[in-house]
Design a binder for this molecule. Structure first.
Ligand code: ADP
Ligand code: ADP
Length: 237
C-alpha cells in the first residue's frame, strides 16, 4: 500500500535524521515504529504527509510518489491521512466539537475553524466521530477542561473527520500514564480492525508494541535496524 524507498532527510543544520529508509506498509497494518528519542520516528511520520519535505527517496502510494508531489497535488493525499500528535495539538480554549470539526479543514489548520462556517453534515459527522471515542457528552466543553487521555481521544476524533485511509500517530501515548496508553491504543486498534484504517504509530515501550503491532520497524540513528511482525516480537518475550 505504502512503499518507502531509500527515504532520506537531512535538516538544514546538517542533521541526517533519516538515512535511506526503505520498508512497506500493507493496507490494514497497525505498523509500529520503535526507536529511541532522536532515532527519526517523528521525521519519518512527518515526511509521510509532507509536514516536512524529505531530502531524497520515494514514498509510493497508489502509484504516486508522495515525496515529489507539489503543494496542490498534496491536498487530496493529505485529506486521506489523519494525524495524531504526542501533545494532542488542540486549541484548548475552543470547544471539543470545534476541535474535531477543524479536522475537516485538513491536518493542522486548527485556527481556521474559528471563522469557517461548518455545515450541518459536518457537525453530524463530528458528533459521530466523538461517539467513536466515547466523548459525545463532552462536545461543548472547552478542550482545556478535559483530561489528557480525553484530549487525545479528541485528537483521534479530529483525525476521523477526514475519513482517513491512514492515521499517523506520533508518540500518541508518550505523555499519558500506562493505563491511559492502553485506552488510547485500544481506540486506534478498534479503528484499525473495524474500519480498516491503516495505522502507522511510533511508540517506545516494547510491551505496548507487542500488544498492538501487526508489523514493526525499528529505527536507530535514522536507519532501519529491525523489521518484523507483531508475532515476532511476541515470540521473543
Ligand atoms: P524521534 O521522533 O525518534 O525522537 P526525530 O525525528 O524527532 O526523532 O529526530 C531525529 C533527529 O533529527 C534528531 O537528531 C533530532 O534532533 C533531529 N531533528 C528533528 N527535527 C529537527 C529540525 N527541525 N532541525 C534539525 N534537526 C532536527
Ligand atoms: P518529538 O520528540 O516529539 O519529535 P521534539 O521535542 O524533539 O519533538 O521536537 C519538537 C520540535 O522541535 C519539532 O518540530 C522538531 O522538528 C524540532 N526539533 C527537534 N530537534 C531539533 C533540532 N536539533 N534542531 C531544530 N529543531 C529541532
Amino acid at each position: 500500500m505504502l512503499q518507502y524507498k531509500k527515504l532520506s532527510k537531512t535538516y538544514p543544520d546538517g542533521t541526517e535524521a533519516l538515512k535511506e529508509v526503505s520498508f512497506e506498509v500493507e493496507k490494514g497494518d497497525f505498523l509500529v515504529i520503535i526507536g529511541l528519542s532522536g532515532s527519526g520516528k517523528s521525521t519519518l511520520l512527518r515526511c509521510t504527509n509532507r509536514l516536512i519535505d524529505p531530502t531524497s527517496g520515494e514514498i509510493l502510494w497508489n502509484g504516486e510518489d508522495i515525496a515529489s508531489l507539489t503543494q496542490n497535488q498534496l491536498r487530496p493525499v493529505r485529506r486521506k491521512i489523519g494525524m495524531v500528535f504526542q501533545q494532542f495539538n488542540l486549541v484548548k480554549r475552543l470547544s471539543v466539537l470545534y476541535n474535531v470539526l477543524s479536522g475537516r479543514l485538513g491536518y493542522m489548520d486548527n485556527w481556521k475553524s474559528l471563522t469557517y462556517r461548518f455545515s450541518k453534515e459536518d457537525k453530524d459527522k463530528a458528533m459521530k466521530a466523538l461517539e467513536r471515542v466515547g466523548l459525545t457528552k463532552q462536545a461543548w466543553k472547552r478542550a482545556s477542561e478535559l483530561s489528557g487521555g480525553q484530549q487525545q481521544r479528541v485528537g483521534i476524533a479530529r483525525a476521523l473527520m477526514q475519513e482517513p485511509e491512514i492515521i499517523l500517530a506520533d508518540e500518541p501515548v508518550a505523555s499519558l500514564d500506562p493505563v491511559l496508553a492502553h485506552t488510547i491504543l485500544g481506540y486506534l486498534e478498534k479503528l484499525n480492525k473495524e474500519d480498516g484504517i491503516t495505522v502507522i504509530c511510533s511508540l517506545h515501550y516494547l510491551d505496548l508494541v507487542q500488544r498492538y503491532a501487526t508489523r514493526v520497524i525499528g529505527l536507530r540513528d535514522g536507519r532501519v535496524v529491525y523489521r518484523g511482525t507483531g508475532e515476532d516480537i511476541r515470540n521473543m518475550t
